[in-house]
Design a protein around this ligand. Structure first.
Ligand code: 4JL
Length: 418
């Protein structure tokens, strides 16, 4: 019974310190840009995720029937819950809304590979505006976060494109609608699967070899000039991307961002700008990804509202930080350890601890008879700033001994001055 459910993680206090540090950085970058936090239940009706485009995320749903025979699922992503919440208040929310959340998300793979089945995924979304400036704002949130945890544009690249690139190319060949979304889901796997497998899947979709070659050629474009030449003069993809790169320039974050037509993302609902952050060495999977999804609500039976957002998992980023030696050394934030030197002084120690706590200091009170040696070790382990000693001599004069653990300096303070 000492093992948890397969694919889940425990967070011991040292893990929790690190997780909180990461989440604090997620939260700070969001709040700094004026986003408000929201939450939703981890359990949703399975129906919220039934999409037919062969996405990995819906093939790996952690779903089951509850005791009332309702088909439910642990959320694999936050966006459908957010869409549900927005839809429920349609008309009642002053737009645009800028919301963020750090939900735990779940997957269930039929193939057993010892992979994780849950992670936390920071979600940042803007609803109610079609302006590409919203997409630029999201990229600024990302850069602020990366800078906050000590990464630079030398470590990270945010690759940007638009679904409209492939949409325009396939559209000119008379291919649109569901086949477009399905094509995106296949080409998203280009860096994971061999080109033979990708070509087979595209031809299974009905694309002939000429179309496959065209798709490959377009997705190989890595600069805006070549894209401009490849698409029509009046290309909406090109004009929107130009606006996006102008805005990114104004934020002063251009060195973080590159155009890359191979970015399409593996979710069916994206309609416009799409982006992913990667480590520059290319050693890791995508760190995060997102984009515009202006048509999601109609697929859920509502009236469409423009939206853009990203999801950012807690695993790849920690692997990258570990590799770069950027995991911070975190200690618990205890100010004082109060220790009675014999059991007669325990209640005196309680009084001292209580008044320190009332003054706002964080205090660990030693609850049993412990030796000084233990107290010093304990103080070092938890990174406390001071030891507060209750000794018989001093206490008879209503004084306590204080040792500053940084400087080693010792002093006496009266109970009333504590
Ligand atoms: Cl661990 C994990 C859980 C859910 C990884 C991916 C997903 C799907 O977003």
């Amino acid at each position: 019974m000492s093992q948890g459910v397969r694919g889940t993680r425990d967070f011991y206090p040292e893990d929790m310190r690190l997780r909180n540090w990461l989440f604090d950085n997620f939260t700070n970058a969001s709040l700094l840009h004026g986003f408000e936090e929201y939450d939703a239940p981890v359990l949703e009706y399975e129906e919220l995720y039934t999409r037919k485009q062969g996405e990995e995320i819906t093939q790996q749903l952690y779903s089951f029937q509850d005791k009332g025979n309702r088909k439910v699922a642990l959320r694999p992503e936050m966006t459908p819950s957010l869409a549900r919440m927005v839809m429920a208040r349609a008309g009642g929310l002053p737009m645009p809304i800028k919301w963020f959340s750090i939900p735990q998300c779940w997957r269930y793979e039929r193939t057993q590979r010892g992979r994780g089945r849950e992670h936390y995924q920071w979600n940042v979304d803007i609803w109610g505006t079609t302006e590409i400036s919203a997409d630029a704002e999201l990229i600024s949130v990302l850069v602020t976060f990366f800078e906050g945890i000590g990464l630079t544009a030398k470590d990270i690249v945010i690759r940007v494109s638009s679904r409209k690139v492939l949409e325009e190319v396939l559209g000119s060949l008379g291919l649109e609608g569901d086949i477009f979304a399905q094509t995106c889901i296949i080409v998203d796997k280009m860096d994971k699967l061999s080109s033979d497998v990708i070509e087979d899947q595209l031809s299974d979709l009905g694309h002939d070899s000429k179309v496959v070659t065209t798709i490959q050629a377009v997705l190989g474009i890595k600069d805006m000039n070549s894209l401009q030449k490849a698409l029509k003069d009046e290309s909406v993809a090109v004009s929107e991307l130009n606006l996006l790169f102008d805005a990114i320039d104004s934020y002063g974050i251009s060195e973080w961002v590159e155009f890359d037509a191979s970015i399409v993302r593996g979710l069916a609902y994206y309609t416009g700008a799409v982006f992913e952050a990667h480590d520059r060495t290319g050693e890791f999977r995508a760190i995060c990804g997102g984009g515009r999804y202006d048509k999601l609500l109609s697929t859920l039976g509502g009236k469409d509202l423009p939206a853009t957002g990203f999801g950012f998992g807690d695993m790849v980023i920690m692997e990258l930080l570990a590799e770069k030696g950027l995991i911070p050394e975190l200690v618990s934030d205890i100010d004082d350890i109060v220790i009675p030197l014999n059991s007669d002084l325990r209640n005196a120690a309680v009084m001292v601890a209580a008044s320190l706590r009332n003054s706002g200091r964080t205090v660990d009170l030693v609850l049993e008879d412990k030796k000084m040696k233990w107290a010093f070790k304990h103080a070092e382990r938890i990174g406390a700033a001071r030891l507060v000693l209750l000794a018989p001599d001093e206490w008879s004069r209503k004084m306590v001994k204080i040792k500053d653990l940084d400087t080693g300096e010792e002093s006496e303070i009266s109970l009333k001055d504590i």
